[in-house]
Design a protein around this ligand. Structure first.
Ligand SMILES: Cc1cc2nc3c(=O)[nH]c(=O)nc-3n(C[C@H](O)[C@H](O)[C@H](O)COP(=O)(O)OP(=O)(O)OC[C@H]3O[C@@H](n4cnc5c(N)ncnc54)[C@H](O)[C@@H]3O)c2cc1C
Length: 519
């Protein structure tokens, strides 16, 4: 067995592993990244999902909010993250709620049409002014050593905001602040992405909400031009140029926390090493892996988290027609298009899923990436008016899918849920691949476990954590950077770290800072 030594071995070349590699190689460390798959990027990738169809879909993650400008600047990343003019549209009967970032009067008219007055618009403006304040205060701390809880409360510096976002269930806060069922639901969806929780009772929903509104100090969700694959291609390029060695098709099999030995094997098709096990040692070993995978590699007992979404990728031959004459399909689908996500509909779906049933009317949101970034479509598809559509369905926990028939049921009900808010069936708008098959792929949490190696299909590797140490005082539980494990040599550098989750690069940055001793 050949052996070699690196200052740092990173298991996994998701975007966080690449961020860590770029920082560490830039600081002169000898870095090796080992990635199981034949490509880098993990959950931040673009793919031609349908044979013969020239559309590069952001297969898993698709919007960027949490990536700090500081990381982009420090690593010199060339990224085009495009702001969306319309943040959302929500059909409601024959009308709908349009949030237009550039036309306040139009947004106001839309609130008037849906809610019958200005009350909820005023509440909306107050509420999002509050989240914007919290975003400006909290976002910069995410790249510093973990503050204690009291420290962060002081940094937020607004007791009402602290209570409403950090201490009281967000569902109760939303019920108090807003009167309309549709408006309440639009606010609450940010608390439920990838998170199976009752927002009226469970502060896990608050944590999810917080990360959805503080990204880079603005909370904006931007479109990565070229798709998510462009983000990770750039990160890999920068990491390599700074001297990191990245090996794809290299599956890590075991990590010895005492010696820093990392055992892996070449799993690339036609790989030169014939699947033989190899060992390298790292002064530090960084795990871009979900904590449950790391536990297995350390020979410990993993705790499996549970994901709760149905992800559907589609290519459409044209945008579907809407019932609402006040908005065009291009406007409605270029922001987040909410489907049966009112507060009461979310609560009904949660209750059904918690009772072990696929929801009757699955809440979901769709978004057409190609409306903001046509470059992901080949010229012929673009000229023909085709579009990509990605759907994120809520309240579909992994536990529902033990029986394979449940996936068919969940898909059929989700498509019916879309149809219930459109003027024509979505099935009529699906592009057909040269094989004759409609361009649609659906992934349950169990599919994500199998295809993307995500335990329980949890999109954030595990439930999101508060952005402070559990105990007061510097550091608190989890170590100074929130990336430390029970083993001194082994650090997390992926979404499962404290302040992880999403396409942020934050755990990658923080793990690198911990290695470099910047505590
Ligand atoms: C369907 C879906 C939609 C999402 N939408 C968004 C979104 O729009 N915006 C957003 O911000 N976030 C979104 N997320 C969440 C976000 O994508 C993830 O939280 C984030 O990308 C995780 O990045 P990471 O680098 O920490 O880990 P990952 O991207 O999971 O990377 C881990 C890497 O480790 C590799 N690996 C695993 N086991 C081994 C092994 N034994 N040996 C070697 N390598 C191994 C994997 O192949 C992978 O490349 C979404 C996630 C999903 C699944």
């Amino acid at each position: 067995m050949p052996r070699s030594h690196y200052d740092v071995v990173i298991a996994g070349a998701g975007h966080n592993g690449l961020v860590a590699a770029a920082y560490l190689a830039g600081a002169g460390r000898r870095v090796l990244v080992l990635e199981r798959l034949g490509h880098v990027g993990g959950l931040a990738v673009s793919a031609r999902a349908f044979p013969g169809v020239d559309a590069r879909l952001s297969r898993y993650s698709y919007l960027v909010s949490l990536l700090p400008s500081k990381i982009v600047k420090e690593l010199g990343l060339r990224l085009d993250l495009r702001r969306r003019r319309f943040s959302s549209y929500t059909p409601a009967g024959g009308t709908g709620l349009l949030v237009d970032n550039e036309d306040a009067a139009r947004t106001a008219a839309s609130f008037e049409a849906v809610t019958g007055g200005r009350r909820d618009l005023d509440a909306w403006e107050r509420f999002y002014a509050m989240t914007a304040h919290v975003a400006r205060r909290v976002a910069p701390t995410l790249l510093d050593p973990l503050p204690g809880r009291a420290d962060l409360r002081g940094i937020v510096g607004d007791e009402e905001a602290w209570r409403d976002l950090f201490e009281r269930p967000i569902g109760q806060v939303v019920d108090e602040r807003f009167a309309d069922d549709t408006v309440r639901g639009v606010v609450l969806t940010d608390a439920l992405i990838g998170t199976f929780a009752d927002p009226a009772a469970d502060l896990l929903a608050n944590r999810c909400f917080l990360y959805h509104v503080i990204g880079d100090g603005t909370g904006d969700w931007n479109v990565p031009v070229g798709g998510m694959g462009a983000v990770t291609a750039e990160l890999a390029d920068v990491a390599r140029r700074r001297g990191a060695e990245i090996r794809t098709g290299a599956e890590v099999l075991a990590v010895d926390p005492g010696t820093g030995e990392v055992t892996f094997r070449d799993v690339s098709p036609g790989g030169q090493d014939d699947g033989a096990e190899q060992v390298v040692t790292g002064g530090k070993v960084l795990a871009n892996l979900p904590p449950a995978v790391l536990a297995r590699l350390l020979g410990e007992t993993p705790e499996t988290p549970e994901g709760a979404q149905l992800k559907i990728n589609m290519v459409l031959s044209r945008l579907p027609r809407l019932r609402d004459p006040a908005v065009t399909p291009a406007e409605a689908f270029s922001g987040t298009f909410h489907i049966n996500e009112s507060r009461d509909q979310l609560a009904a779906a949660y209750a059904q899923a918690a009772a072990g049933r696929v929801p009757d009317l699955p809440p979901a949101e769709v978004y057409c990436h190609s409306l903001t970034d046509p470059s992901i479509l080949g010229p012929e598809l673009r000229a023909a008016g085709a579009h990509t559509m990605t759907l994120f369905g809520l309240h579909m926990p992994a536990r529902l899918f033990a029986d394979p028939a449940a996936k068919r049921e969940a898909l059929a009900r989700t498509l019916a849920s879309i149809d219930s808010v459109l003027a024509e069936p979505i099935g009529d708008c699906l592009l057909r691949a040269p094989s004759g098959e409609p361009c649609l792929e659906a992934k349950t949490p169990l599919d994500l476990e199998r295809d993307a190696g995500l335990p329980g299909g949890h999109i954030f590797h595990r439930d999101l954590s508060w952005p402070y140490g559990e105990e007061d005082g510097p550091g608190g539980h989890g170590g100074p950077w929130g990336v430390e494990t029970a083993h001194e040599r082994v650090l997390l550098c992926g979404a499962g770290a404290r302040r992880g989750g999403g396409v942020s690069g934050i755990p990658g940055h923080n793990a690198a800072m911990a290695v470099l001793g910047h505590a």
